[in-house]
Design a protein. Structure first.
Length: 185
């Protein structure tokens, strides 16, 4: 294994990372489209896709977490400042919490409406055994929406960090998560 390869994430980790990135962007756009749909029927159809994709994103996040446990990430660059190390660890931890917790909260909220979640017609998650409570479901969806905004802010911080390392530090850190280029850090 060459030195650059030891600093690079595995191809599986890269694929899961970029699938999650695409999934988060798609989820954000679906949520906005569902809220701004021209009719309740159109909004419901869009949100059904949002619910389905949310479960898929959660499964990909769980796969990424499992892969991380089996094959740990490459070490952070030795020259990172203490605050950068701390921010990297907190950011990645919060990503997992949100990418797994938000779909679970959505499933819980749907269960409070008395319904499960159909995942693109492939399989269905049954309603959880909770009391029907539409008002409580609305509260959970309010929390879910706030968590979605937090996820977008977190993603922006993540992208800004990658840009800082690429354009200012010029340490090749971005290439740790890409199959090309040379990670220097």
């Amino acid at each position: 294994m060459n030195e650059a390869a030891g600093r690079r994430y595995s191809k599986v980790a890269m694929a899961l990372h970029w699938l999650l990135a695409i999934g988060v962007i798609a989820q954000w756009r679906l949520a906005v489209a569902g809220e701004n749909a021209p009719s309740d029927e159109a909004g419901s159809a869009i949100m059904a896709n949002h619910f389905s994709l949310g479960i898929v994103v959660m499964l990909v996040a769980l796969a990424r977490l499992a892969w991380r446990l089996v094959r740990p990430n490459p070490p952070l660059a030795a020259d990172l400042a203490a605050w950068e190390r701390w921010l990297a660890k907190v950011t990645h931890t919060l990503f997992y919490v949100l990418l797994i917790g938000m779909p679970l909260a959505g499933w819980y909220a749907m269960s409070k409406y008395g319904t499960g979640v159909d995942v693109f017609g492939l399989f269905a998650l049954p309603a959880l055994p909770v009391a029907t409570d539409p008002e409580g479901a609305g509260d959970v969806f309010g929390f879910h929406a706030a968590a979605g905004i937090a996820l977008l802010v977190l993603a922006a911080i993540h992208v800004l960090g990658a840009l800082k390392h690429t354009l200012i530090d010029r340490d090749g850190n971005l290439f740790r998560m890409l199959p090309f280029g040379t990670p220097k850090a």
